[in-house]
Design a protein around this ligand. Structure first.
Ligand SMILES: [Zn+2]
Length: 446
């Protein structure tokens, strides 16, 4: 399979990177003129696509395209990405090439959005444009949905509204593919081959604000336990009593597939979890990365109490950032905290509510098609189902499909992966070309 692409295609990706479609902490601060420019850019860059596909703007900047197939009675497919990016100003001086220059150098395109994730959107369009030029029409209807606020407002204004519209229209998708897992090396200890991570589920997340009440007063005559002291004790209890580890089928399948390359004990234990499940869990719990696959994690991140050095706090408040594994819920974790608090005078308030997503099967026609293509594109890789630790827009579409996957078909080093949301984000032209051809092949199979 070829990993080359025309200079024009590279220029189109670079052009998309040059438009600063920034997600702002406060949605009202968004500079929508950049988003308007981006929408116009797409129309100019992909004329055949825009002459052939239906296009809708949902809530102004959410983008939907529909490529009508020859057999509309078959269930449609949905491909996704988002076109907002995180800001880069604070690091701008440290970038090798400016973050919105779209510089093409050293065999790469540089800038914000090259890995997260304008590249996926532009690769879709490049693939569609090529296929239309070649006279291809799909059998199924193919939908494309692109959110504009994935990064900071978690798709509240984009994906959420598009998903509601699809639901209202009674659409059911045979499969959905969004950004997510990549082909990585060195991510799992002891595994030397690249591993292609096809996300089948996402952890949920919730911030809990826990407030402990105290009596206040002057610090010269403190009680045995101040509100802050009690809050500190509760934080210690939360860290000492993690939620139980569970080897979910997704994580177990993933680890078993890669275990052929692992050391003797780990491999033996993974293949005999009926006997050694406890050992596997304790081995995995040793590393922060694999521990997060096993359980709902609770990270105390913020605390506040009295405003003055000699005033006892009336209340002490801590924030616990929680990532939920399927099986635990926002309410069950709140109950866990309440139990740990015992008779402390606490109030526990979940500030946001995103439950863990349902788990899509690592089988079935759509998954197998992605798996087969991935194996073909990355012949050295071990292809595995994967639990996505962060969040993607695709979780909003759970009512429209049981087959939702998160995967971007590029192979990255740890260094490249660390450039996401960081400085020097860039994609090799070879990787980008592979991604375009992957989507061509995927679209052709529908
Ligand atoms: Zn993203």
């Amino acid at each position: 399979m070829t990993r080359t692409i025309s200079d024009d295609a590279v220029r189109r990706l670079s052009g998309a990177i040059q438009i600063p479609t920034l997600s702002m902490l406060n949605y009202a601060d968004t500079d929508f003129s950049a988003f308007d420019t981006f929408l116009q850019f797409l129309q100019d860059a992909f004329p055949l696509l825009h002459a052939t596909l239906e296009r809708e703007q949902v809530n102004t900047y959410g983008l939907v395209y529909i490529w009508r197939g020859t057999r509309p009675e078959r269930e449609p497919i949905l491909l996704m990405a988002h076109y907002d990016v995180v800001p880069a100003e604070d690091l701008a001086g440290e970038w090798k090439y400016p973050p919105f220059s779209g510089t093409v150098a050293e065999g790469r395109v540089w800038g914000r959005g090259t890995l997260d994730i304008k590249s996926q959107l532009i690769a879709h369009m490049e693939a569609v444009e090529t296929l239309i030029r070649a006279g291809f029409t799909p059998e199924r209807d193919i939908y494309f949905a692109y959110g504009h606020d994935e990064e900071i407002s978690s798709g509240t204004n984009g994906a959420t509204i598009i998903a509601a519209l699809f639901k209202q229209r009674g659409l059911r998708f045979a499969g959905i593919l969004d950004e997510g897992g990549l082909v990585v090396t060195g991510a799992i200890k002891g595994v030397r081959s690249p591993v292609a991570l096809i996300g089948v589920s996402e952890k949920g997340h919730c911030n809990y604000e826990i407030t402990v009440r105290g009596s206040g007063g002057h610090s010269s005559m403190p009680p045995k336990k101040t509100a802050l002291g009690q809050a500190a004790e509760l934080v210690t209890r939360i860290e000492r009593h993690p939620l139980p580890a569970r080897l979910t089928p997704t994580v177990l399948t993933m680890l078993q597939r890669v275990s052929v390359e692992m050391g003797g004990l780990t491999r033996f234990a993974l293949q005999n979890t009926w006997l050694l499940g406890g050992l596997v869990k304790s081995l995995l719990a040793n590393s922060a990365e694999t521990n997060a696959m096993l359980r709902t994690t609770c990270a105390p991140t913020m605390a506040r109490a009295s405003d003055a050095e000699n005033v006892l706090p009336q209340t002490a408040t801590v924030n616990i950032n929680v990532r939920l594994l399927a099986g635990d819920t926002i309410d069950s974790v709140a109950a866990h905290f309440r139990k740990l608090a015992g008779d402390m005078p606490v109030e526990i308030r979940p500030l946001s509510r995103t439950e863990a997503s349902p788990v899509s099967p690592s089988s079935g026609e759509f998954y197998e098609q992605i798996e087969k293509l991935t194996q073909k594109w990355f012949p050295d890789a071990i292809v595995v189902p994967y639990l996505v630790m962060g969040g993607t827009d695709s979780r909003k579409y759970a009512d429209s499909s049981d087959h939702i996957y998160r995967f971007t078909p590029i192979q990255v080093t740890n260094e490249e992966k660390n450039a996401i949301h960081n400085r020097d984000e860039s994609i090799s032209i070879e990787n980008y070309a592979g991604m375009v051809h992957f989507f061509e092949a995927l679209l052709e199979s529908f």
